[in-house]
Write a protein that binds this ligand. Structure first.
Ligand SMILES: [Zn+2]
Length: 264
């Protein structure tokens, strides 16, 4: 059995400041160590459930946050970026049996994590078919189109609720909650214990998870800068809705993901 684990940073236990998200910043070190611990916990859970190939994507910023030493031998690591529409699931294909998301965060438009954003900090929101869209949903849709179920997510509490609004069977672990510029966190050790246990259950019961794909997908992006909307409007198929907002409609998730790669 082959599983894919995508690991972001802004939903890792303890991550709170933008400084802590930057490789090289003194505040980044502890958060990156916890990224590693939570990725390791998810990998162990998946292996206990029978996975014998575990691909771990470092999916934050540089893609080079996690120290890859010391993992179980079933693990493979995808570092840096593949420059393809699968993005935070770089290299995924239909040969995978499940996707797990670790360290994911609330999307732009939510006030439930001081580090809320969607793909980058240049937009006020991204919507899919009129609803605020998270990085989780973008990538869960991408995997679903390949026939790969999303089975587990850890991150902030509001994102866990958002995940359950799309599929109540996805196992989640809320490691923190945002309150203004602050976060309220569980202990890093407890986070790892819960992630390992829930990742195991999630992979064992992976066939219960299913996200319905819409027949057409309209992506709306509201940029913080009007000139970015102008630039995006020159991409084939993009409609400019107002000074700051554009939309693109595709028949497949892959088509929308390819457009997103160039305009967002
Ligand atoms: Zn990130």
């Amino acid at each position: 059995m082959k599983v894919y684990i995508s690991v972001d940073l802004e939903g890792i236990t303890g991550s709170t400041s933008w400084q802590s998200t930057n490789l090289g910043d003194p505040e980044h070190t502890a958060v990156a160590a916890q990224m590693k611990a939570e990725a390791m916990a998810a990998a162990k859970g998946a292996i206990e459930a029978g996975a014998d190939e575990v691909y771990i994507k470092d999916a934050h910023d540089s893609g080079r946050n996690i120290d890859i030493t010391g993992f179980p031998k079933q693990c493979r690591f995808i570092r840096d970026w593949t420059n393809s529409p699968d993005s935070m699931l770089g290299g995924i294909d239909s040969s995978f049996d499940a996707v797990l998301f670790v360290g994911y965060h609330s999307p732009a438009g939510f006030d439930t994590n001081p580090l809320s954003h969607t793909m980058n900090r240049g937009n006020n929101y991204v919507k899919f078919n009129g609803q605020l869209c998270s990085e989780f949903l973008m990538h869960a849709y991408y995997a679903a189109e390949l026939g790969v179920p999303s089975v587990f997510l850890s991150g902030d509490k509001a994102l866990c609720d958002h995940v359950h609004s799309h599929d109540p069977n996805i196992r989640t672990v809320a490691v923190k909650e945002g309150l203004g510029c602050a976060t309220i966190n569980i202990t890093p050790e407890e986070a790892c214990t819960l992630i390992e246990a829930q990742a195991k259950e999630a992979v064992l019961h992976r066939n219960k998870c299913h996200i319905d794909l819409p027949s057409t997908l309209t992506m709306e992006i509201c940029f913080k800068d009007h000139y970015r909307a102008r630039r995006a409007s020159y991409f084939p198929g993009v409609t400019r809705l107002d000074a700051y907002t554009v939309s693109f409609t595709g028949k497949t998730v892959a088509e929308v993901a390819a457009a997103r790669m160039f305009i967002l």
